[in-house]
Design a protein around this ligand. Structure first.
Ligand SMILES: Cc1cc2nc3c(=O)[nH]c(=O)nc-3n(C[C@H](O)[C@H](O)[C@H](O)COP(=O)(O)O)c2cc1C
Length: 198
């Protein structure tokens, strides 16, 4: 039987593990934490879930960031509800992390400008896709991507940065000797923590 991980019975270490994994997920394309599932609620009250690329994890601020097209359903849903959830399960680590928070869309701000300026050219191209994401097409390939530098630059108006401010964080570690589940809620004094029955 393998050794239990150091965070097994230590809430502070579990919290460290959550943020370590999230931070690692930003830069490590092979990490499950690189592509969390994003949950939103649509105007009909129905849950919507899809993958996104985790672009930033800021432990001090308790925020997580991804990018999307402002014409997308997810952008409208976030604009409408101002909240979002993320979920990751890493089968190798046997760790699930769930994040529930308020979500802010940054579109025309200096902040979005600076993130756009730092984005790789390849990543900028998708924001010039036409027609916009989710449009019904007669054929699968009936869309265009910008080809000139100028056309790629024009995609800036569709680019937005979404910052999720975690209000609730949940951690689940699976082990045959007993699972461990922990919860953190944001309070004015910082994170309030507790174990939960798995
Ligand atoms: C691995 C992976 C990563 C993805 N990353 C993003 C992303 O960072 N931002 C994004 O808007 N869509 C991303 N997508 C596409 C979305 O999952 C989704 O299909 C698309 O954005 C339409 O979603 P919506 O109609 O709910 O807005 C990704 C898909 C996959 C499979």
């Amino acid at each position: 039987m393998s050794e239990l991980p150091p965070f097994y019975d230590d809430l502070t270490a579990c919290h460290d593990e959550v943020w370590r994994r999230l931070e690692e997920g930003v830069s490590d394309r092979n990490s499950a934490f690189h592509t969390p599932a994003l949950g939103t609620v649509d105007p009909y009250g129905r849950p919507q879930v899809r993958a996104v690329v985790l672009r930033q994890a800021d432990r001090r601020a308790g925020t997580l960031t991804f990018h999307c097209d402002r014409r997308s359903e997810k952008a409208s849903e976030i604009a409408g509800t101002r909240c979002a959830a993320l979920q990751v399960y890493d089968p190798a680590a046997k760790i699930q992390v769930r994040v529930d928070g308020t979500a802010e869309l940054h579109t025309d701000s200096w902040f979005a400008d600076s993130v756009w300026a730092q984005a790789r050219p390849m990543n900028r191209t998708v924001y010039g896709i036409s027609p916009g994401p989710g449009t019904a097409l007669a054929k699968g390939g009936s869309y265009t991507l910008p080809e000139t530098d100028e056309a790629i630059r024009d995609g800036r108006e569709n680019f937005c940065v979404v910052v999720i401010r975690a209000e609730r964080l949940e951690f689940l570690y699976l082990d045959r000797r007993g699972h461990r589940r922990a919860l953190w809620l944001r309070s004015e004094a910082g994170w309030v923590e507790t174990w939960l029955t798995p």
